[in-house]
Ligand binder design. Structure first.
Ligand code: NAP
Length: 287
């Protein structure tokens, strides 16, 4: 049986949707915190088990009879490393053979606080656990672009703090599809994959594509990190969140998310969504 954690979240739900296209529902287990959010999965015949990463005994119960599992990383601003250690220990105790973990892309050794530190700790813990592992170094989601540039775009210019840095954006649904292929195919024991787009884009590219779609000039202005934080706070975000967004800008400037990779393209068997396609369907659906 294959178990997916975070099954009511953005990535986990899509992984299960993709798994259902190739795998019997009776072979899939969805681990969730709130079963009320998983009625649709139950209706499709998926086994739903309740557990929290902080509840060790519930995790051991949830993992009974599971051969392979996907650990969807916990959210930022929580004790991610501790939660992940619990899941890894419980998987081992329950007899899970193979655990795949959703880490973060690292084209450089830039460390994004709140994300990379706990991912590095989890990767090391998983490798030392004795479980068969696969580490998925996931790229920045296209769906997260609006968080960085603000919902006022494309009605205003882009004011961000990424310099000339690039991101090999990946669409979360395609990342999920690629992950489902990895979960259902052989040969990924103790491997690490970078799951990102086949092309990387700067924020000048984002501005250029938006301009082409809108038929008017939309520019990208690189601003200082502190000005960006002020701008986000003025838009209503708590300062800690504004600083978190700004860190992604710093990571971009340092090239942490810049290296394209063809693994997703190979797993999908087609070109992943391009920047222009993503912007068109998201910002100009009727165009
Ligand atoms: N690469 C990127 O651009 C990017 C962007 C955002 C996040 N991420 C990372 O990738 C992960 C997956 O992304 P996503 O879009 O699926 O995020 P998401 O929609 O926030 O989903 C996170 C999932 O993890 C579950 N979860 C969180 N804490 C848990 C706990 N203590 N015990 C059990 N389950 C817990 C949540 O449960 P509930 O459904 O009950 O809330 C949710 O299902 C995120 O958690 C984060 O680590 C990556």
């Amino acid at each position: 049986m294959i178990l997916v954690t975070g099954a009511t979240g953005g990535l986990g739900r899509q992984v299960i949707k993709s798994l259902l296209t190739t795998t019997a529902a009776s072979e899939i287990v969805a681990m969730v915190r709130d079963v009320n959010k998983a009625t649709d999965l139950k209706e499709q015949g998926v086994t739903v088990r309740q557990a929290d990463y902080l509840d060790y005994e519930a995790l051991v119960q949830a993992f009974q009879g599971v051969d392979k599992m996907l650990l969807v990383s916990a959210v930022a601003f929580t004790d991610r490393a501790r939660q992940h250690r619990n899941v890894i220990d419980a998987a081992k105790q329950a007899g899970v053979k193979h655990l795949m973990y959703t880490s973060i892309q690292r084209s450089t050794n830039f460390v994004l606080t709140e994300v990379t530190e706990s991912d590095l700790a989890t990767e090391a813990y998983l490798k030392a656990s004795g479980l068969v592992y696969t580490i998925l170094k996931n790229g920045y989601y296209f769906e997260g672009l609006a968080y960085l540039i603000g919902s006022e775009v494309p009605n205003t210019e882009i004011r961000f703090t990424a310099g000339e840095g690039k991101i090999a954006f990946v669409k979360r649904t395609e990342l999920a599809e690629a992950t489902a292929v990895l979960l259902t195919s052989a040969g990924h024991e103790n491997q690490e994959y970078t799951l990102v787009g086949s092309e990387a884009y700067s924020f000048h590219d984002v501005a250029r594509e938006l301009s082409a779609l809108a038929g008017r000039s939309i520019t990208y202005r690189d601003i200082a990190l502190e000005s960006y934080v002020e701008q986000k706070v003025a838009a209503g975000f708590p300062e800690v969140v504004a600083r978190f967004f700004a860190q992604w800008g710093a990571a971009t400037q340092h090239g942490m998310l810049a290296e394209p990779d063809e693994t997703v393209e190979h797993l999908l068997g087609r070109k992943p969504t391009s920047l222009r396609e993503y912007l068109k369907t998201t910002y100009f659906p009727g165009f």
